[in-house]
Design a protein around this ligand. Structure first.
Ligand code: ATP
Ligand code: MG
Ligand code: MG
Ligand code: MG
Length: 560
């Protein structure tokens, strides 16, 4: 591509509204432009990187037997009502009406659409397992869109969904996905970790996030200094008081007797910050009301859900259902203490389908909820996991790091298939519910993660796997015929050799060209300058700054 005929609008000044390095550089180097808050155009260079990331993801997905399809962005409300998420997803779901006043959402994720598709098309165990994926634009009306592509309201995601007849089959696919993700993020040149995660609004049990280690990351990771243990701190944080938790439980019991409390009130009572409460003690439906755990009959109450649904009561999960959802016993709910984690799961039959607070100090649970692995001191004040605490796997001590979530894998179980009646006939002709997994990658967020982790003070530095072009050829002076001709010849020759070339053929000063080249960050730069009359060009490696001069004929053999 000739720079004179493409669109690379570089900027000298740091844009005022861009706070972090990657956002500033992606704007300055002409990769992206904002159209509205959290909504971006990918300019030609940004688009090329995006497509390369997509290609790597496609290759690794295809390798494990996942099959690509493309689902609609526009999703009818009815599908979301089937799972209850129309009510529980909150303001992040972009909703709209068509001309007939029918309700739609712009897809933030596709569990509902894929489950409806598969339930209609797959009837027999013979067609399972099945893994499908797409690369598509998602919409989430984020409260605080920021940091450029990191948190957009419109962004590109790879989302995969798998359907199984057994837990073992799901486990197998999950492991393949974890391996594929590891390959993908390694190929992208990222320094990352897979961490135990919270299943949040999507629901489900086992789940890992892929975190790129970075100061600007919005998540905190607690990891062991000596073993592989790593967890999102949302999962690692625990409350560790015994007596206090007894009191707390009594108070919460009162709260549940019709006397609903706001999250502020509960936080004040427990003497924790609102943020810590939201994160670790109680599952929050939105930021105003909390779900409350009650001793004895294990009732769940949440006025907000009722209001949302205009319902007079919320159907409660049986202990068996809760066991199934949580993978832990609920028969004997103890005080809210060291190992309490409450999770609500929204289904069609039961709005709040499962909730569990389980704690009997000194007992170690082996369920699916990793929070329980953290038992810190039992009699101190309410306290959260801290650096230096023993790692829950008994190996080493806990350290903290900031991370950018670039990928997320979930074992969903039957949360969606049950709500939407996605069933198949087994070998004996009996109807069974499909078991599901889902697996996302923030394709556009990856650009931010790479830029943040690999850039230097001069500009971006792309790894060769996703660089917009392989080689940046710079003709220092386009008015010099020898330089111009040599540059154009080199451009043709390298293209023939299947290199992707960006040729700076602009009538600009050399200083401008070099600064732009550093900013754009193509791994190899070839400078065609004065010495080309002697057949000599200069090659510079962007990452190391290493420079060599060599005869133009030798260039091809030296290029990576
Ligand atoms: P976050 O915790 O950052 O809000 P999430 O957990 O809500 O992300 P998932 O539902 O797990 O996101 O979606 C899968 C992937 O999509 C995430 O791992 C992330 O890389 C990406 N992603 C999610 N939200 C955004 C966004 N607003 N902008 C860009 N990428 C996003
Ligand atoms: Mg989110
Ligand atoms: Mg997340
Ligand atoms: Mg996530």
């Amino acid at each position: 591509m000739k720079q004179s005929s493409t669109l690379i609008p570089t900027l000298r000044e740091v844009p005022a509204d861009a706070e972090i390095k990657s956002h500033q550089l992606l704007l300055r180097a002409g990769f992206i432009r904002q159209i509205a808050s959290g909504v971006y155009s990918y300019l030609p260079l940004g688009n090329r990187v995006l497509k390369k990331v997509e290609a790597i993801v496609r290759e690794e997905m295809d390798n494990i037997g996942a099959v690509e399809l493309l689902m609609p962005t526009l999703q009818p409300a009815e599908l979301w009502q089937e799972t209850g998420r129309w009510y529980s997803y909150g303001a992040e779901l972009m909703r709209m009406n068509d001309r007939h006043e029918r309700r739609f959402a712009l897809g933030p994720t596709h569990e509902e659409v894929i489950t409806s598709l598969v339930r209609d098309e797959i009837k027999s165990y013979k067609r399972l397992p099945l893994a499908l994926y797409q690369i598509q634009t998602k919409f989430r009306d984020e409260k605080r869109p920021r940091f450029g592509l990191l948190r957009g309201r419109e962004f590109v995601m790879k989302d995969a969904y798998s359907f199984h007849t057994s837990q073992e089959s799901l486990d197998e696919m999950y492991q393949k996905m974890v391996q594929a993700y590891t390959n993908i993020f390694s190929r992208l040149g990222l320094n990352f970790r897979a961490v135990i995660a919270d299943s949040g609004a999507i629901g489900g049990k086992d789940t890992h996030e892929f975190m790129v280690l970075s100061e600007i990351g919005e998540d905190t990771i607690a990891y062991s200094d000596t073993s592989d243990y790593a967890a999102n701190i949302e999962m690692a944080e625990v409350v560790t008081t015994y007596e206090k938790s007894n009191e707390a439980l009594q108070e919460l019991t009162k709260i549940n007797t019709g006397n609903h409390k706001t999250i502020e009130e509960v936080a004040t009572f427990l003497q924790v910050t609102r943020e810590k409460l939201i994160k670790s003690l109680l599952f929050v439906v939105d930021e105003e009301y909390v779900l409350v755990l009650v001793r004895g009959d294990h009732e769940v109450n949440d006025i907000k859900v009722k209001n949302l649904l205009n319902a007079t009561s919320v159907e409660l999960a049986s202990p068996e259902q809760t066991n199934e959802v949580m993978g832990c016993p609920v028969g004997n709910v103890g005080p809210i203490g060291a190992k309490v984690k409450i999770i609500a799961d929204y289904g069609v039959q039961s709005i709040v389908n499962g909730i569990c607070g389980a704690n009997a100090l000194e007992i170690h649970y082996t369920g699916v909820n990793p929070t329980r692995d953290f038992s810190v001191d039992q009699y101190g004040d309410i306290r959260f996991i801290q650096e230096g605490d023993p790692s829950p796997d008994g190996k080493g001590r806990i350290l903290f790091a900031k991370g950018i979530e670039v990928g997320h894998v979930f074992k969903l179980g039957t949360r969606y298939s049950e709500a939407m009646n996605a069933v198949y006939l087994d070998e004996n002709g009996r109807s069974q519910t499909m078991i599901m997994g889902c697996y996302g990658i923030g394709i556009s967020r990856v650009l931010t993660a790479v830029a943040e982790q690999l850039a230097d003070d001069k500009g971006l530095i792309w790894p060769s796997s996703i660089t917009p072009y392989d080689v940046h050829v710079i003709v220092v002076n386009m008015k010099d015929e020898a330089q111009k001709n040599a540059g154009l010849n080199l451009y043709d020759k390298l293209k023939q050799e299947r290199y992707d070339i960006l040729l700076d053929d602009r009538q600009e000063r050399a200083g401008v060209k070099f600064a732009d080249s550093d900013l754009i960050g193509i791994p190899v730069r070839v400078v065609v300058g004065k010495r080309v009359s002697e057949g000599i060009v200069e090659v510079k490696i962007r990452k190391t700054g290493e420079t060599i001069e060599l005869p133009i004929e030798q260039l091809l053999s030296e290029l990576p």
